[in-house]
Unconditional design. Structure first.
Lengths: 264, 290
């Protein structure tokens, strides 16, 4: 398994994908800093400032909104084997297919965690710097802010795994990227607009992530616009559990599905 | 270590790609796996490597299914049509990735690169490689585990004459070391000078197998002699008169014809063994005569 992970790492670092990942991680962290610097009170529409708990939640929540980026990177990394037809050689060198599927998922989850840590470290630095520059005290204690950022980093790792798993199941790179991107960016939000379906939202990956990272603004805003009451999110530990369950199910399906498929 | 197919069958929905195929490829020989495009060669090879699951029958290497081999890539090396490289990886990076997957040393990746001539373009991105270079890189990857068995699907595809000559000599050397080599091709000329043994399939079914010499069918001897008529009257085998001094003698070797002539004091001006080209034999076997 160590050899397979080393091979996978070598495969990843041999392309520019890791560089794009690094840039995206730095960029999304810096984006959070920029938002903090502008200040939520200057957004359109204006929101509570950084000196309130809601204001800090909004800024951090918008960082959580970039969760689809590591997910797409995971999808791209896994499907590249099918796109460039190296899958045949890989299956020859490790004919017990679950071994390299697990190695891939572990490698990219590790990559996703690195992505999350980089993005959140930059975001933390930028957030505190912005607050200091503006001379305001953050509306949440430092410990709480750091804990929220750590949860966002973990959620990013889980999203990378989910993206990679969808890639392993669908195989076609473009189809998998469109599916993951559309789901995370659009479909979940649309689901929240449907009165009956929104009851399940807390149990969807997006809802569970929002519970974990304490970002309720999206749900509240939609509730406000549609004039209905906001869907209550799960508690943070429960959200984490739901997210973990998704990760486990996705891993199981991604490892099991290709076992009996013919590789042509 | 032999490669063996026994009753191998694969259907894709209503289409039968391979039907009840049974044959063996043995160590120390190059076995040519012949058939027109779409005959089922690639599907058969992919079943032997565990990439495609047979509908029925078995494909084994050294008596085991590929996935059950203790060290698959150290037992079997395969060059498959349609396997690719990540365009951004260098040739050496590609070798290193699979060297790691197989548990081989860094030195081994460099060694196979040298052996196959990949060293000359090791640091180039695979997207810039020519067909010949890609084929060498495929072969280098297959050799990482120093396997006893080699399966090559259409290795000559897209190679220039120099590349084909190199590949031919390389494979002959590998077989001479006692390895089992199975090469598929739809072009007989490619295999004619390399293979000792052939397996011919058409529409997924076996139609001929045996030493390549047997594929030629009946041989004949062309004889030119001023006393052609006298020679002909002494022979008991079928003959054809091609001209006033020229005969075609069937079912005798050149040595037998020359001895028969010498015994009777008949002068021979020319004696040539004549056999149908293998290409013709191949077309006869795989063509639409039923």
């Amino acid at each position: 398994m160590i050899a397979l992970i080393a091979a996978e790492w070598s495969r990843l670092t041999g392309t520019r994908l890791w560089l794009w990942g690094l840039l995206a991680a730095l960029g999304s962290g810096a984006f959070t800093g920029l938002l903090a610097l502008i200040g939520p009170e200057n957004f359109t529409p204006p929101m509570p400032g950084l000196d309130t708990a809601e204001g800090v939640h909004v800024v951090l929540g918008l960082l959580g909104f970039t969760m689809f980026v590591p997910a797409l990177l995971g999808t791209a990394a896994v499907t590249t084997e099918h796109r460039h037809r190296t899958i045949t050689t890989t299956a020859l060198f490790a004919p017990r297919r679950w071994t390299w599927l697990v190695a891939k998922l572990l490698t990219y989850t590790g990559g996703g965690l690195a992505y999350g840590l980089i993005a959140c470290t930059v975001a933390a630095g930028a957030l505190f710097a912005a607050a200091a520059l503006k001379g305001v005290a953050l509306g949440l204690p430092t410990g709480t802010v750091l804990a929220l950022l750590a949860r966002i980093a973990l959620a990013m790792a889980v999203h990378t795994l989910l993206g990679a798993a969808v890639g392993a199941i669908l195989r076609n790179q473009v189809a998998a990227l469109v599916a993951v991107g559309a789901y995370l960016y659009m479909i979940e939000t649309v689901l929240m607009l449907i009165p009956g379906v929104k009851a399940v939202y807390p149990y969807l990956p997006g809802g569970a992530t929002a519970a974990l990272t304490g970002f309720t603004y999206l749900a509240d805003a939609i509730a406000g616009q549609t004039g209905t009451s906001a869907t209550a999110l799960l508690s943070a530990p429960l959200g984490a559990a739901v997210l973990l369950a998704y990760a486990l199910i996705a891993t199981a399906v991604a490892v099991a599905a290709p076992l009996r498929r013919d590789i042509m | 270590m032999s490669i063996e197919a026994r009753g191998l069958t694969k259907t894709f929905g209503p289409v039968s790609a391979v039907t009840d195929l049974t044959f063996r490829a043995v160590p120390g020989t190059v076995t040519g796996f012949l058939g027109p495009n779409g005959a089922g060669k690639t599907t058969t090879m992919r079943m032997m490597l565990g990439l495609v699951a047979p509908t029925s029958g078995t494909a084994t290497i050294d008596g085991k299914r590929y996935a059950d081999l203790a060290r698959p890539s150290a037992t079997v090396g395969a060059v498959l049509d349609g396997s690719g490289f990540h365009p951004a990886h260098t040739a050496l990076r590609h070798l290193r990735i699979y060297s790691r997957m197989g548990g081989y040393s860094e030195a081994r990746a460099l060694r196979v690169a040298e052996l196959t001539g990949v060293s000359a373009f090791a640091d180039r991105a695979t997207r810039t490689l020519s067909t010949g270079m890609r084929q060498r890189l495929n072969l280098a990857t297959a050799l990482l585990g120093d396997p006893h068995v080699l399966l090559l699907d259409e290795p000559g595809n897209g190679l220039d004459p120099e590349g084909i000559a190199w590949m031919r000599a390389f494979l002959r050397d590998l077989a001479a070391e006692g390895r089992t080599v199975l090469i598929s091709s739809h072009v007989l000329g490619e295999i004619e000078q390399t293979a000792d043994h052939v397996v011919v399939i058409r529409q997924g079914r076996l139609i001929a197998t045996g030493p390549i010499s047997e594929l030629y069918g009946r041989t004949a001897v062309l004889v030119r002699s001023p006393q052609a008529d006298r020679l002909r009257s002494h022979l008991t085998v079928p003959t054809e008169v091609l001209g006033p001094d020229t005969l075609r003698v069937h079912d005798m070797t050149t040595a037998q014809v020359a001895t028969a002539a010498a015994d009777r004091g008949i002068a021979l001006h020319e004696i040539v063994p004549e056999r149908p080209t293998l290409e013709q034999a191949f077309l006869n076997l795989t063509g639409d005569h039923r």
